[in-house]
Design a binder for this molecule. Structure first.
Ligand code: F6R
Length: 222
């Protein structure tokens, strides 16, 4: 079911409530976090709430194949929008890395993910699992589609500057999370959200795999 909210503020605040509840219930929580435009309000809201992040461990969904210190890397995004504004320990903030199996091992060592927050791409991707990705996929290096490169060029200034490859968690990896929240913002996301959540479960629409998870909540505002 898609929960339709009245505003971006409400979207950010409802998802912040869920994160806050998780961190208060279990300070040593393991979270999966997204980047992009959608979670910016969520991160602002979480910062405002001055939560204790000192026992929290995070895993980001994906990262471009580029220098981590590049201003447009997802490392830089997370530092700027969340990590540097909380008391989280930098060593507890993980990004997909090579060898990709060691990254998965690390997630497994921490005995699984408590809460995973996702955005959705206009082609139905989650993380950088583009249409056609296997539902069993694990963390790996992927080529970005032309559509995703175009969508993300707004951060880089031009499509030529967007890296052509990334490392992403797999759909199989994401599905092992105990609880999943999917956030979507903007009229251009509504159609794909409906297809993903109410249509056929198919690898052509990566987010449709979420229909098979037993604890997913979907929040949308236009
Ligand atoms: C980023 C990620 C992507 C985005 C998706 C939506 O870490 O996982 O799948 O969630 O591309 O991006 P925005 O929020 O910018 O529309």
């Amino acid at each position: 079911m898609i929960n339709i909210l009245n505003s971006y503020k409400e979207l950010s605040s409802i998802v912040a409530d869920i994160v806050e509840k998780q961190l208060r219930k279990q300070p040593l929580s393991k979270l999966i976090l997204p980047t992009g435009s959608t979670p910016l309000g969520l991160y602002d809201e979480l910062v405002k709430r001055k939560l204790d992040w000192s026992h929290t461990i995070t895993f980001n969904l994906d990262e471009y194949l580029m220098n981590h210190d590049h201003p447009y890397s997802y490392h830089s995004y997370m530092k700027k929008n969340l990590f540097d504004r909380t008391n989280i320990y930098p060593n507890n903030c993980n990004f997909p890395f090579r060898p990709t199996l060691s990254f998965e091992d690390k997630m497994y060592t921490y005995r699984g993910i408590d809460l995973c927050i996702l955005g959705i791409g206009s082609n139905g991707h989650i993380a950088f699992n583009e249409p056609g990705s296997s539902f069993k996929s694990r963390t790996r290096v992927v080529d970005l589609t032309e559509q995703t490169i175009q969508d993300n060029s707004r951060f880089f200034g031009s499509a030529e500057d967007v890296p052509k490859q990334a490392i992403t968690m797999g759909l199989g990896t994401i599905m092992e999370s105990k609880k999943i929240i999917l956030m979507a913002n903007g009229k251009h996301k509504l159609n794909i959200l409906k297809v993903a959540m109410n249509g056929k479960v198919t690898e052509d629409v990566p987010a449709s795999i979420l229909q098979k998870h037993n604890d997913v909540e979907v929040f949308y505002c236009d």
